[in-house]
Design a protein around this ligand. Structure first.
Ligand code: AMP
Length: 288
């Protein structure tokens, strides 16, 4: 089946309704394009559990702040279509921002507490933009399942909460972080890492590995502060600028005093003053 390129919300919804009427199970993989192996892993997971896989390629303007990289965000439409087609994706949904947010658009989906810390604190309004676009995408594609990467750990928690709160009939599935051979989490923004910035970017994964080792070898409870201090040092030594390092409960996203079996270390770092990278991992052994 040839991949369908769907450009308008109306066409997308009609196609999804048609597939539902045919009794087909739909999976949605929302992305902002510039696809890499992380995105492709979500598509593969989607295909395992659905008859039709829809990938949205949409750089969502309302989730970028005024001083963020919306205009500079990497875009590679034709390559993305080719990559998705190779994964057996059935439809690409690539709407125009003017169609998604026509003149007079005025509704926002806002998940409150979960969006307050971490990326939410540094990117005001970001998660309102994410929750709003994902809510729209879920209505337009009517999926049985939607796949999100654990790389965007706070985003995943927020989407799960939104779906619960608004009774959206979809199952949200998290997929593990795909990394480069040296541990750097794959990201569309890795394209910006030039020269020594690429080496500096390893400070995120190195902090995670060090934290996991500390926890694995500890004879007694490990204080979250010790992990955070070690992370600050690793990032500073690499020349990165730490935006945040937190040890939080994986479900509530509340800060923890001691590392427990549900603790996640989440980090955001600016490399070279411009490239903002995030990473996270559970801290107990035998976790992700
Ligand atoms: P983005 O295009 O960056 O908005 O990401 C689209 C989806 O891909 C989100 O659910 C991300 O969490 C997921 N994703 C991005 N990078 C990775 C990665 N390295 N491993 C797994 N999933 C990822």
């Amino acid at each position: 089946m040839e991949i369908k390129i769907i450009k308008t919300p109306a066409e997308m919804q009609l196609q999804a309704i048609t597939w539902k009427q045919e009794g087909l199970r739909i999976a949605l993989v929302p992305t902002m394009g510039c696809l890499h192996a992380g995105h492709l892993s979500l598509m593969r997971k989607a295909a395992q559990d659905a008859d039709r896989v829809i990938v949205s390629l949409f750089v969502n303007p309302i989730q970028f702040g005024p001083n963020e990289d919306f205009d500079a965000y990497p875009r590679q439409f034709q390559d993305d279509c080719d990559l998705a087609e190779k994964e057996g994706v059935h439809a690409i949904f690539c709407p125009d921002a003017k169609e998604m947010y026509p003149k007079g658009f005025q509704t926002t989906v806002s998940v409150k507490t979960l969006a307050q810390g971490m990326c939410g604190a540094n990117r005001p309004g970001h998660f309102d933009g994410v929750a709003t676009v994902v809510c729209k995408l879920l209505h337009l594609t009517i999926p049985d399942i939607a796949i999100f990467g654990e790389k965007d750990f706070q985003q995943l928690a927020i989407i799960r909460q939104m779906v619960r709160d608004l009774d959206v009939p979809v199952t949200i599935i998290g997929a593990p972080i795909v990394r480069e051979a040296d541990g750097l989490a794959m990201s569309s923004r890795n394209k910006y890492l030039k020269g020594e910035m690429r080496t500096q970017a390893l400070c995120l994964y190195r902090s995670i590995q060090a934290a996991q080792e500390t926890v694995a070898h500890a004879q007694q409870g490990v204080a979250a502060d010790a992990i955070i201090e070690a992370t600050k040092k690793t990032v500073a030594e690499a020349g990165g600028r730490l935006e945040y390092a937190v040890v939080v409960n994986e479900n509530s996203l509340q800060a923890e005093t001691f590392v427990g079996s549900s603790s996640v270390l989440a980090i955001a770092v600016k490399i070279g003053g411009v490239v903002r990278l995030i990473d996270n991992a559970k801290l107990f052994p035998a976790s992700k």
